[in-house]
Design a protein around this ligand. Structure first.
Ligand code: SF4
Ligand code: SF4
Length: 474
């Protein structure tokens, strides 16, 4: 730095610098989220500011209200529900605003590799165990959650929800609150990318409307509780024979049309992202509440191999189960076998995998454990995306600086950098088209595109220096 530069007024120097000069940089307490470094091993996590502490206190108060409800049984449920919703929602949004909403737009690492919560430290493991335990209680031992379930009695009473299944109102309320609150956080964090803002708004809307309000409105008017954004095989009993006994014909036709006609057509044009990253409730939770853990996905070839076997195994399991159930319903054959398949699928895949492991393991294996290893809908979409879709991620290899941000933040464990370094298009069955690899790339190397089927793999660029003909300019 020259003397002339030092002589200039501090305000002028700061305005021209890409980030505050060290002498001008506020203390961590003043601007806790400002991190100009993209280095994963650089700045450790900041200490929370006073405002962030207040926001965290509101979240803590909501957690205390949950505990109070759990311990007290059914008392003060209206008041406790207000504290829980305002504390988690308001405190969470305020914390997100103070962390991501101020300062420069753009993705920063925020010291995630130093965070016990986000880097498989003790806090992450504790949170994973707590989440998993809560799922086990909700599914199999809801009687131990009676007080917590009663916190949401105002909603259950309004809907006339029967005793014995009210845990699902509590579960749905927490799920939707998590998507809404953490959705705001994701929109603030990725606010520099329009695609991320719209996509996050879409998953929040789908969860609020199709995953919460509409089903409960139907219940309120005495109709079957329908989740119109889930189709067979993700909604595993959506095409099972006994569903035809209670589901309205129009809903059945809509679900069948979506999986056999809508899905192939939309996937052909947009890839699996139209569903996995824009509509699905499981994907919605992963993209919002799971975002702090997206970098924990395993990028190894071994994980890729396991993923392919597992997800296609689950797809085969649900197809076989559905066929056997129909054979049994039509011809009365394979009765005990059909019941066995049904029972095991519901227990191991529908409850254990999709529910308990799928969400409870976020802090350990990353945010898309279920989508990557178990979802049969993702398997179908992936096969279509791999072999019959216009979607691809194009890479401008000559611009890549091999920083690895794209691979680090790919929640599906794709080593994006490997493709980027070769200038090779990415056409992978597992890519959910979240676009975060592109959002965090400092060089603008990656683009999510649709184009002709024939050219989707592109021609890998050879980036060897010998091929650049730099001496040929004369
Ligand atoms: S490759 Fe990119 S768009 Fe695809 S899942 Fe990974 S981060 Fe998302
Ligand atoms: S594609 Fe972008 S994010 Fe990925 S390694 Fe290259 S420069 Fe880094």
């Amino acid at each position: 730095m020259t003397t002339q530069t030092l002589d200039r007024p501090r305000a002028e120097r700061t305005a021209q610098a890409p980030f505050p000069l060290s002498a001008d940089r506020p203390s961590f307490d003043q601007v806790p989220t400002y991190d100009p470094s993209l280095s994963l091993t650089g700045n450790p996590a900041y200490h929370p500011s006073a405002g962030q502490k207040v926001a965290l206190a509101a979240v803590g108060l909501a957690a205390l209200a949950c505990l109070a409800g759990w311990a007290s049984g059914t008392g003060f449920s209206g008041l406790l529900m207000a504290v829980v919703v305002l504390g988690f929602g308001g405190g969470g949004v305020a914390y997100a605003w103070l962390t991501y909403g101020r300062g420069h737009a753009g993705t920063h690492n925020h010291g995630i590799m130093f965070s016990a919560q986000q880097a498989r430290g003790h806090a992450g493991w504790l949170w994973g165990i707590l989440l998993t335990g809560l799922y086990v209680l909700v599914y199999w031992f809801p009687q131990y959650l009676a007080g917590l379930v009663a916190v949401f009695d105002p909603i259950s009473n309004l809907l006339g929800y029967p005793e014995g299944s009210r845990q699902w109102v509590m579960y749905g309320s927490f799920y939707t609150l998590a998507v809404a609150t953490m959705g705001v956080r994701a929109m603030l964090k990725y606010r520099h990318v329009r695609y991320q803002r719209i996509r996050t708004a879409s998953v929040m809307f789908c969860q609020l409307v199709f995953g919460y309000s509409l089903p409960y409105l139907l219940v309120f008017f005495g109709q079957p509780e329908l989740y119109l954004h889930y189709f067979w095989p993700l909604d595993y009993d959506g095409l099972w024979p006994d569903t035809f006994g209670w589901m309205p014909l129009a809903a059945l036709i809509f679900g069948a049309a979506m999986i056999f006609i809508g899905t192939p057509v939309l996937t052909y044009f947009f890839g699996k992202r139209w569903y996995c990253s824009w509509v699905c409730g499981c994907g919605g939770l992963a993209e919002t509440a799971g975002d702090p853990y997206r970098h924990l996905s395993d990028k190894s070839l071994r994980a890729w191999r396991i993923e392919r076997w597992m997800i296609h195994g689950v797809l085969a399991f649900i197809v076989l189960t559905t066929l056997i159930l129909w054979a049994n319903a039509q011809w009365g054959v394979l009765g005990p076998v059909a019941e066995g398949f049904k029972k095991w699928y519901v227990f191991f895949i529908g409850l254990m995998f999709a529910g308990v492991i799928g969400v409870g393991f976020y802090p350990v294996f990353g945010s898309r454990v279920w989508c990557r290893f178990g979802c049969p809908m993702a398997a179908i979409l992936g096969l279509q995306q791999r072999f019959f879709s216009r979607f691809r991620i194009t890479t401008n290899g000559s611009q890549c600086i091999s920083c690895g941000n794209c691979s680090t933040y790919c929640e599906m464990g794709i080593d994006v950098r490997w493709y980027a370094q070769r200038g090779q298009n990415i056409v992978r069955a597992s890519c959910v088209g979240c676009g975060v690899c592109s959002a965090v790339c400092p060089r603008g190397v990656l683009s999510l595109e649709s184009g002709p089927l024939t050219a989707r793999f592109g021609t890998p660029q050879n980036n060897l220096i010998e091929d650049l003909d730099i001496l040929d300019a004369s």
